[in-house]
Ligand binder design. Structure first.
Ligand SMILES: [Zn+2]
Length: 223
């Protein structure tokens, strides 16, 4: 073999080795194996059901509490809607003077007759603590609590009955007669024990449990 021929062989072998090395580097770059990247095959799980439209638990809203807390202002300082009658009366005023409260309620609802009852009134919200693990945010009458955040629940026997509970929504709906739109097992159990038990609905668990809590009081049922 001549020197020229050996040089051509060597050069060819060198170029071939270099191109193979480049190709192998390119291939390894594509796979990412030399950089420690583990490529796993994506797994496709079965489609999960969409979450409930209302996300529970409902967040507490202590920042707007001071506006809703009862303000025990003297009656004469408040603007009157009708001449002689105060715009609103609080739970405490109803407790202090039930006769005056009933007269005020009658003036607010002309033509309606009321029956006063001693009842247990508790607060609730649409959360799983208040409404059980299967809470779905829909009342007994089929209204979603996002549409009707406020309302009164009573025993099944008094569903859709007009009821007024002193102190409930007294600032925004003073003297309002609500139609009960929800019910509950505790309310029905108490009904069976001849105890009137109503539940007033709030958007927040804090308001329901800590602000309203548990009250034994006089409520007004329409006749
Ligand atoms: Zn609750």
């Amino acid at each position: 073999m001549s020197f020229k021929r050996a040089f051509v062989w060597l050069a060819t072998a060198f170029v071939a080795a270099g191109s193979f090395l480049l190709l192998s580097i390119d291939l390894s770059d594509d796979s990412g194996a030399d950089e420690g990247i583990v490529v796993t095959e994506p797994t496709y799980a079965a489609p999960r059901p969409l979450p409930d439209p209302v996300s529970y638990p409902v967040l507490d809203q202590p920042q707007i509490m001071p506006q809703i807390m009862p303000q025990l202002l003297p009656i004469e300082l408040r603007p009157a809607l009708e001449p002689g009658w105060p715009l609103t009366l609080t739970y405490h005023e109803a407790k202090a003077d039930p006769a005056y409260y009933l007269a005020w309620l009658q003036a607010k609802n002309p033509g309606k007759r009321f029956k006063a009852l001693l009842a247990t009134v508790t607060g609730y919200c649409p959360c799983p603590i208040c409404c059980g693990a299967g809470a779905h945010g829909v009342t007994r009458t089929g209204v979603h609590t996002s549409v009707e955040p406020y309302g009164i629940a009573g025993p099944e026997a008094l569903l859709r009955r007009g009821v007024h509970i002193p102190g409930y929504m007294f600032e925004t709906e003073p003297g309002k007669v609500w139609k009960t739109d929800d019910t509950g097992s505790a309310l029905n159990d108490d009904w069976d024990k001849h105890v009137y038990h109503f539940d007033v609905r709030f958007q927040s668990h804090y308001w329901a449990r800590n602000w309203w809590g548990f009250r034994t009081m006089v409520v007004y049922l329409t006749e």
